[in-house]
Structures are given as C-alpha cells and as structure tokens.
Ligand binder design. Structure first.
Ligand code: G6P
Ligand code: ZN
Length: 538
C-alpha cells in the first residue's frame, strides 16, 4: 500500500494551549484540519519512521473518526506500531501509563477534558512524549511552527479499521494493536494501593459512589471499584461512556456534579463520593457533608500517602501549581521534603517527576497525581483517599479537621468569569501588571507576575499569572484560562491562612469575601467585565 501525498494549506490558530489543541468540534471537522495538526506533530518530532505510538481518547463525538485519520497518517509516515484502546477509548492517565510500560515513543490523546462533547461542543488533541507526559513547551512550540508552514501531509487510501476487537491487525506497514483500555491501568493501581484494606472497609459497610459523568472512567471504575474492590453494583454512576456525556458537562466540580454533591450532603448519603472528568485525569472528593477542595486534597494526600504501599517509603517532594493553595507546602515543610511551585499545566511537573524531586503533584483545577504516570489521575486520587480512609478509620470530615488542626487551614476558592471579551480581559490583566511597579495601595505588600525557572533544565516561563500578596498573609492570583474555547475566562484564586487553633470551620466564601472585594477594587473586575458575580466558584 503506497502512501499518498496530499497538498494542504495551513490553518490559522493551531497553537497548542495548556493541554494540547482545543477547539470547537466543527473546527476540527473541517476537511484537512486534523490532518494538518497531526502532520505538524509528526514533522515536529522528527518523523514517525519505526516509532510506536499510543492512541486513544475519551470517546467524545468525533473521537472515532479522528483516530482513523491518525492511524492512516502514522502508517503512511512509517510508524512501526500503534497501540490503540479498544473502541478508541483510553483515559488520559491510562494512555500515559501505556506509553511508559510499552516504551512507546509518544502518544496522541483525543480529548477536550472536562469540556462538553458533541458536534456543537468541544474537541481536542494533544501529543504526549515518551515519558508519558504532555509535550513540554519546546515541543508544542515546534508543532505550532510546523502548522504555519505546512504544505502537504501523508496518508493511505484505506477503509476504516475495526477497533472493536482486541488483537493485532496491520495497516500498510504498521501493526495496530488493540488493547483492553483498563487492564494495564488496573494492574498498576493494584501495585500502589492496599486493595485488601479497601475491600475490607467496603465489606464492613462503608458506602461510596463514583460518578463517571458518562465519560471515560466508567469502565475503569466498574472494573476496579465494583469488581476488584467488591463495591456493590450501582456504586459507579453514569458509567457508560457516551459521545456527548449524556449532554452534560463532564467537569467534576460542585456546579457540574451537583447531583452527587447533593447526595453526600444529605443525612442518608454515602460516606464517600467522588467524580472524574471527560478523560479521567481530574477528580472531585467528597465525604459525608463535606467537599474537599483540591488544594486541601493534595495536602491531605501528601501527609498520609505512606499509608499506601506504593508510597510507604515516603515522598521525595511535593509540587503544586502556583495558583494552588499553599496547604501542601506546609506539609512538605513539616516532613522536611522539597516543595515546588510551578506554572499552571501538568506538563511543568514532568521534569520534577522524572528527576525524582517530586513524588506527588497537584493543582487547584482538580488534578492530583504522582510519579506512577506523567499525567494527573482521577481514579488514582480516589483510590489513595480510600486507602487512607481504610487505614485511618476516620470520616473524610474528621480527617480534614485533624489536618487543619495540625497544619492550619488555607481557606481557598477560585472565582471564574467566563466568556469575557478577550480585549477587556487582556486590559484587566495588563493594568494589574502595570500596578506592580507603582506605589501599592494600602494593605498590599507586593504584586508580581509569576515567572518559573525549571530547576531541572533551567528553562524559563514568564507571564504565568499575576500574584497579589496582602499584608496579612492572604493571597490573590489572577490569570487567563488557557483551555477555554470562547472569549477569555478570567480566573481569580483567593486564599487566606488560619492558624491551627484559629477559626477552622468558617464558611469558605465568607472567609474570603474581604479578599474578593479587595481584588475587585484593585482591578475593577466586575464593572469592566460587566458581571455582578463570578460564573463559577469552586
Ligand atoms: C488542563 C491541564 C491542567 C491545568 C488546567 C488549567 O486541565 O491539564 O494541568 O491545570 O488545564 O486550565 P486553565 O483553564 O486554568 O488554563
Ligand atoms: Zn481532563
């Protein structure tokens, strides 16, 4: 079968963002659009000859079609092997794991994460490198460069492959291996956690729910939680992946997973509940009557991780993204291990994990993970929580309270202003940056723009968000989202520390209201964006 060369003109704006290229599905469906981006990836990584790729996605609308295109192009460019999840499905952490255990050269993951799916919703495609993690900025910049000058792409004139049956087949000179998406991932989880202890906890009457939100984690959760851990059938909610996520928003936060939150807040609700997003890398953790903010979750996991066999020897260090609260730093400090502050985006953790500097990583955006893969991992976080609960034999609420009584509490919330006019949003950010150099208003100690120097390779990333430090130790961060597909989303991250013997059980928004007001006064955020309140508060 001979490869065919097809001419193509570059598409505007194929610039990978925080997590790959993310656009409206119809944009991706334009003739040649996927081809242009995929060829740019292949060109940027020095071609495909002899290489092995892992390919899969979260099952959203257009997932199946895009995979067929990628397979034909990889084969035409001389790839040796493609490892594809059955039915085209692979969660992001499972893809990361497969890249690693199979020694693949890289992976193409199709997902727009927590954004809705469907012909009028969102689609995405990202490239991961051989360590299993998202391509670093050097690689994404090279891909973007290629997209601007691309003139042709290579493909095969062939029919679609049947991806429904496990086994090997060939496409041109490339072997296509269709694998069960769950098997290797479940085996990895079993090495990290005390499944016997969790099984005993559940057998003892501990109740839980996991909401897969009609997305990719359904089959994973069913196999692991209902199968291997013996939770009753029905523990996994919305467990069948659908192309439009049941017309929902597969974002595990208190807004989009409200039914689950309502369930655990009621007196007859389960002891524990959790949810994951479209591609399975995010998590939300809830206990009876309590929501665990992602920043606190990272800190609690860091403090208790050695209770799980995979972390019994302790942690090398903990890393968090800059807008994530400083709760994890307090744990690292007490343990005498490294604490790292990186820009937003999981890719920045890759070097720290590879170099053995950090074992656990986390972000306020509901991402938590460890050095077991190079992506954040929703189910992993759920299993680590269950392992801790099984060992400590305390409720989620009591574990949190105990944590705050030991380390103090970082009250924390993120306020989002969505679909703001891009020019207005840029203006607000620009003006705040300009304030940094002038005389500072009363009550503010410092304003700066966050820059990061990677301690491993020395690369520098500027303009990673504005930080406002208040005299009383509180902090506000403002940055523009890198994952939206419509206008600009302004994110305001608010945090205030309360000492261990202080008022630890205040209502979060009440505790942070003065900081929110100070940010508004400083930036004119509400008036300029034309909003009276944030669209989302996490
Ligand atoms: C993706 C990345 C995360 C990152 C998040 C930030 O989910 O995988 O690592 O934290 O985007 O999104 P934002 O919209 O705030 O740029
Ligand atoms: Zn995701």
């Amino acid at each position: 079968m001979t490869p065919v060369t097809k001419p193509i003109s570059p598409f505007e704006g194929q610039k990978p963002g925080t997590s790959g290229l993310r656009k409206k599905t119809r944009v991706f469906m334009q003739p040649g659009y996927v081809e242009a981006f995929v060829q740019s990836i292949f060109n940027a990584i020095g071609g495909c000859a002899g290489k092995t790729f892992v390919i899969g996605g979260d099952g959203r609308y257009f997932n199946a079609e895009a995979i067929q295109t990628i397979l034909r192009m990889a084969a035409a460019s001389g790839a040796a092997r493609a490892i594809v999840g059955q039915g085209g499905l692979l969660s992001t952490p499972a893809a990361s794991n497969l890249i690693r255990v199979r020694g693949a050269d890289g992976g193409l993951i199709l997902s727009a994460s927590h954004n809705p799916g469907g012909i009028d919703e969102d689609f995405g495609l990202k490239y991961n490198i051989s360590n299993g993690g998202p391509a670093p900025e050097g690689v994404t910049a090279a891909i973007f460069d290629q997209t601007k000058t691309l003139r042709e792409y290579y493909t095969l004139d062939t029919d679609d492959l049947d991806l429904s049956a496990i086994g090997e087949t060939t496409l041109g000179g490339m072997t296509v291996e269709i694998v069960d998406p769950v098997t290797d991932y479940a085996a990895l989880m079993q090495t990290l956690f005390d499944f016997d202890a969790i099984r005993a906890l559940i057998a003892d009457g501990f109740t839980l729910r996991f909401d897969a939100m009609h997305a990719v984690t359904g089959p994973y959760a069913k196999t692991i939680i209902e199968g291997m851990l013996g939770a009753p059938e029905g523990t996994v909610l919305n467990g069948v992946p659908s192309v439009d996520f049941g017309k929902g928003h597969p974002d595990p936060n208190p807004i989009w997973a409200k039914p689950l939150v309502d369930m655990v807040m009621s007196s007859d609700g389960p002891d524990f509940a959790a949810a994951s997003d479209g591609d399975g890398d995010r998590n939300m953790i809830l206990g009876k009557g309590v929501y665990v903010t992602p920043s606190d979750s990272l800190a609690v996991l860091a403090a208790n991780a050695p209770l799980a066999p995979g972390y019994a020897r302790g942690l090398a260090g903990v890393a968090r993204s800059m807008p994530t609260s400083r709760a994890a730093d307090r744990v690292a400090d007490k343990l005498g291990i490294g604490a790292y502050e990186t820009p937003t985006g999981w890719k920045f953790f890759g070097n720290l994990l590879d170099a053995g500097k950090a074992t656990l990583c986390g972000e306020e955006s509901a991402g938590t993970g460890s050095d077991h893969v190079r992506e954040k991992d929703g189910l992993w976080a759920v299993l680590l929580w269950l392992n801790i609960l099984a060992k400590r034999k305390m409720s989620v609420k009591d574990i949190l309270l105990d944590h705050w009584q030991t380390y103090g509490r970082d009250y924390y919330s993120r306020h989002d202003y969505e679909a703001v006019d891009s020019a207005v949003a840029e203006g607000i950010m620009g003006d705040l940056k300009a304030l940094a150099d002038g005389p500072l208003p009363d009550g503010i100690q410092k304003i700066d723009s966050f820059s990061y120097t990677d301690p491993v390779d020395g690369s520098v990333s500027h303009n990673q968000g504005m930080r406002v430090f208040f005299d009383d130790g509180a902090r506000a961060v403002m940055r523009l989202s890198g994952t939206g597909t419509e206008g600009a989303t302004i994110r305001v991250y608010l945090e205030r520390y309360e000492v261990p013997d202080g008022d630890l059980t205040n209502e979060t928004q009440d505790a942070l209201a003065p900081i929110a007001a100070a940010v508004d006064e400083l930036t004119g955020l509400k008036e300029r964006s034309g909003r009276t309140a944030p669209d989302v508060m996490t």
